[in-house]
Design a protein around this ligand. Sequence first.
Ligand code: THU
Length: 134
Amino acid sequence: MDSTELFEMATKAAERSYSPYSRFRVGAALLCEDDSVVTAANVENRSYGLAICAERSALVSAIAQGKSKFKAIAISCPDAAYPVSPCGACRQFISEFVGPEFPVRFGGADGRIVDSTMGELLPHDALHELADRK
Ligand code: THU
């Protein structure tokens, strides 16, 4: 599974987005340690604040399937003319399960792809003393 293929899976997953309010489809493909891929899309609600992003949906789905270690994530926004990075809440959420070197690839509909890392997206990550109590 290379990063191009992972991004293609994210784009495909965006087709399953439920986003009648924003009309902004997002797909995520999460590469797990066992080389399986969990895909997900954003799911909105008429109570707008309840929307769940594709990234968080993918992580929750993977963990519910018993997968807890991850190699990379790709995020695709076919309705954006620019590469869309994970929102702040998703950065925090992803950081719970991965380290700073974790690759995060994202792109929109214009063909540009950004390859970043969790450490770049969430520098000065904090609250490790709480996570270490697990
Ligand atoms: N969204 C995601 O799913 N992931 C992102 O990285 C950006 C935002 C969703 C939330 C909402 O359903 C729609 O995109 C517009 O914000």
